[in-house]
Ligand binder design. Structure first.
Ligand SMILES: Cc1cc2nc3c(=O)[nH]c(=O)nc-3n(C[C@H](O)[C@H](O)[C@H](O)COP(=O)(O)OP(=O)(O)OC[C@H]3O[C@@H](n4cnc5c(N)ncnc54)[C@H](O)[C@@H]3O)c2cc1C
Length: 322
């Protein structure tokens, strides 16, 4: 049946990538029959959450092959489903695996793939931001099916209370598509909330001076409920913190209630990843820094000194408990 599909990355315990739920929520407003495709261990168990977020149908396979081998089996299975059901539009979150799968599907179907969409305007139109977010461009989608990669945090995930019909996917994946095998999995050690889900983001830039000074942000995060530490690309490139901390055009998009930018200049490529924050607090020693143009509250001063004072203040008010 023609309609809109959302490709959802799932975890073996039936968890669903938040970005897929965000896209489903938006896709509910586009009209047309809404379905989700989930491939790999945990896919069938994920059908409940996908249904709650608007999928009327979930095409699912729990086959290990989709977790063991990178992208090729999933693109093959999706292509098989596309030939059978002919959806109009398939939406993917801009995640590592989904990007790879969407690109391979585009090669198989011959449909153009639009990347980095920040809004969906209809079944044949999507919006993206270029020039570091300074210009919005509306793109007419073509092809059958139309393929779009959507930037995480472009929408808020909200359940609609529905239930999905589970349709098992039974596709034979040939040996020549079992080439890129995952040999190891590494879960980054994390104690607090995920950066993308945190209510308070404490972000550091080159103005913190050196890697060791990020411990001030870690300490502050440990005192504030639901807080996580992020960074600019400049400090990630310098190796001060892992890539997973990066916020911006080529990093993560965040939408916290409060964003504290410490020693960050406010380059457009950074702003595009955090401009959805409800409140922005900027600490910078240069009162001309562009970050102040979008800050609700600004402190002109040495970020290290201000952070130390902030830690003392929060500690004295909370007794050190988050
Ligand atoms: C294609 C492309 C993609 C990019 N993607 C991203 C991205 O995803 N995310 C991203 O962040 N960047 C990205 N960038 C890089 C971006 O253009 C900026 O270079 C980067 O964001 C700057 O990081 P920064 O603010 O830490 O450093 P800087 O621009 O060097 O700013 C440091 C700031 O710290 C202040 N400062 C210095 N000392 C102190 C002190 N003691 N106390 C307080 N303030 C102090 C300075 O006044 C300055 O404002 C991208 C660039 C390109 C070309």
């Amino acid at each position: 049946m023609a309609g809109v599909w959302v490709y959802a990355e799932v975890t073996s315990d039936g968890g669903v990538d938040t970005a897929a739920l965000e896209i489903l929520t938006k896709a509910r407003t586009l009209g047309g029959e809404l379905a989700a495709v989930a491939l790999g261990p945990g896919a069938s168990a994920a059908a409940g959450r996908l249904g709650e977020h608007g999928a009327a149908t979930v095409y699912a396979s729990d086959d290990e092959v989709f977790a063991d081998y990178v992208a090729q089996p999933a693109a093959h299975a999706l292509h098989h489903l596309v030939e059978k059901h002919a959806p109009e539009l398939i939406l993917f979150a801009t995640n590592y695996d989904s990007r790879d799968i969407a690109g391979r599907l585009s090669a198989k179907t011959g449909s153009p793939l639009m990347s980095n969409a920040t809004d969906l305007l209809g079944l044949d139109r999507a919006r993206t931001a270029v020039a570091g977010g300074a210009t919005l461009v509306d793109v007419a989608l073509e092809g059958s099916p139309r393929l779009v990669l959507v930037r995480p945090k472009s929408f808020k995930a909200e359940p609609s209370g529905g239930a999905a019909e589970l349709v098992p996917v039974d596709v034979d994946v040939p040996g020549e598509l079992r080439l890129a095998k995952r040999v190891e999995r590494h879960e980054a050690a994390a104690s607090g909330p995920r950066l993308e889900d945190a209510g308070v983001v404490l972000a550091g830039g080159r103005g913190l001076g050196e890697a060791g000074n990020f411990k001030l942000l870690d300490e502050l995060a440990s005192l504030i409920p639901n807080a996580a530490v992020g960074a600019t690309r400049a400090v990630v490139d310098a190796g001060w913190v892992p890539y997973a901390y990066q916020i911006g055009q080529t990093g993560k998009a965040v939408k916290p209630d409060v964003y504290i930018a410490a020693g960050i200049s406010g380059a457009t490529q950074h702003i595009v990843g955090m401009k959805g924050a409800k409140r922005v607090v900027a600490i910078n020693k240069d009162d001309d820094a562009p970050i102040f143009q979008m800050a609700d509250f600004g402190v002109v001063g040495d970020a290290l000194k201000v952070l130390e004072q902030l830690i003392d203040e929060v500690r004295s008010r909370t007794g050190g408990a988050p």
